[in-house]
Design a protein. Structure first.
Length: 175
């Protein structure tokens, strides 16, 4: 489909279709980011509230159920992290697809974003990724922040939260 759109680029309905597909991909990227950022805000907030509640309540802090509660919270947080990794993988797929659309399909529709080259479907993934890297557009022209990325921030937040719950569980078992 992508090759046909490039070869028949004079057809305005095909450009409109490509633009609509691109718009839907952008919406999907926004949706995955929104889920990520909501979880990034809620997980530490709810965990901090739970930990604060445990530390302020003498009854809960001395309960024999506390280790189970703490380890359960750590497991739930770990499961949310696994869900988030799936979400990140989906987002990366959407980004790659958007880059391909920018480079091969929306050349005319968005104004010379990339080279007008037919997509080589037989190319190995490595070659295809190199082709994607040379494209221009809103997803290709983003600055590449090698220090702090969404993935690293999520790993820090989730690791700290899981570690806190495990530490509470271990301390409750010891005392």
């Amino acid at each position: 489909m992508i090759v046909l759109l490039v070869e028949e680029r004079q057809d305005p309905t095909k450009i409109e279709l490509a633009t609509e597909i691109y718009s839907q991909v952008c919406n999907s990227i926004r949706a995955t980011d929104e889920v990520s950022f909501r979880l990034l805000g809620l997980v530490p907030l709810l965990s901090a509230a739970g930990i604060l509640g445990i530390s302020l309540s003498e009854q809960i802090a001395s309960s024999p159920l506390l280790p189970g509660i703490a380890f359960f919270a750590a497991i739930v947080t770990g499961a949310l992290l696994m869900w988030e990794w799936r979400n990140l993988k989906s987002c990366r797929s959407y980004l790659s697809y958007a880059m391909l659309l920018e480079k091969y399909v929306l050349y005319d529709a968005l104004g010379k974003l990339g080279e007008k080259v037919p997509l080589d479907k037989s190319a190995p993934d490595v070659k295809l990724m190199e082709e994607i890297k040379t494209a221009q557009g809103q997803f290709r022209s983003r600055p590449d922040t090698k220090v702090i990325r969404k993935t690293i921030a999520e790993l820090i937040i989730y690791s700290a939260t899981i570690s806190a719950w495990i530490a509470i569980g271990i301390m409750a078992l010891i005392t």
